[in-house]
Design a protein around this ligand. Structure first.
Ligand SMILES: Nc1ncnc2c1ncn2[C@@H]1O[C@H](COP(=O)(O)OP(=O)(O)OP(=O)(O)O)[C@@H](O)[C@H]1O
Ligand SMILES: [Mg+2]
Length: 224
């Protein structure tokens, strides 16, 4: 599903060039549940953004679901993201002033799905996340765990093969975090490939493979 080969990525800050990823080679097969760990600043988010086609690489090759993406245009990247990838973030990133249901409908706005069908699919995704009873609530009327359920429903509504999550439990208490991981486990068993960044060992333990970054390289890769 994911094949990265010798990926390099630097950030330029003024005159300084800061190497962040230094030769990452990595394959993830369809159906895996992978956790990426490592110290703050080791490049986890940078790597996840590349995997999620949110950021480009300086050197190396990347193919996702058989498509070469390292030289894709911004339009192509948007199309690839839409078709293949769902995103979950630490701070949920829901649109504040619209209902949970409308938030989950958003990824379908640019598709040719009819409004009735959009509503149906969004409700179904909320049901899968056991939060359909809050469909009419605005994000501010929901707890953190409930907001994350809505965000996961939104990530799933276009039935992506790949779910990419950056610290999905980072804003939640540990009990709620475990509930979210139980949902990830269900999605994974139903066939969704998951790549998740976390700094919590207890959360990483829900994954079947743990990759540890250190200073922009893969230090260890276990369980795959
Ligand atoms: N847009 C940017 N411009 C310049 N430097 C950046 C940018 N994004 C990240 N960096 C730098 O790249 C390095 C890696 O950042 P990254 O966000 O990937 O780390 P991380 O492992 O996710 O850390 P954390 O655990 O704190 O989230 C850091 O030193 C950071 O300062
Ligand atoms: Mg990060």
């Amino acid at each position: 599903m994911i094949a990265l080969s010798d990926i390099n990525k630097s950030y330029r800050v003024g005159e300084l060039v800061l190497p962040v990823l230094r030769g990452i080679t990595l394959k993830v097969a369809a159906g895996e549940f992978v956790a990426i760990m490592g110290p703050s600043g080791s490049g986890k988010t940078t790597l996840l953004n590349i995997i999620g086609c949110l950021d480009s690489v300086d050197a190396g090759s990347y193919s996702l679901a058989g498509e070469v993406v390292d030289r894709a245009s911004d339009d192509d990247l948007a199309r690839i993201r839409n078709r293949h990838i769902g995103f979950v973030f630490q701070l949920f990133n829901l649109i504040p002033r619209i209902s949970a249901l409308r938030n989950v409908e958003l990824p379908m706005i640019y598709s040719d799905v009819s409004p009735a069908e959009r509503r149906q699919r969004a409700l179904h995704a909320l049901q899968r996340m056991a939060i359909a009873d809050r469909a009419d609530h605005a994000p501010s009327q929901l707890s953190g765990g409930q907001q994350q359920r809505v965000a996961i429903a939104r990530a799933l509504v276009n039935t992506p093969e790949l779910l990419v999550a950056d610290e999905p439990t980072g804003s939640l208490d540990s009990g709620t975090g475990r509930e979210i991981m139980a949902l990830f486990g269900e999605l994974n068993r139903a066939g969704t490939t998951i790549v998740m960044v976390t700094h919590e060992e207890e959360i990483a333990a829900f994954a079947s493979r743990i990759i540890r970054l250190r200073d922009g390289i893969i230090a260890t890769d276990e369980g795959g």
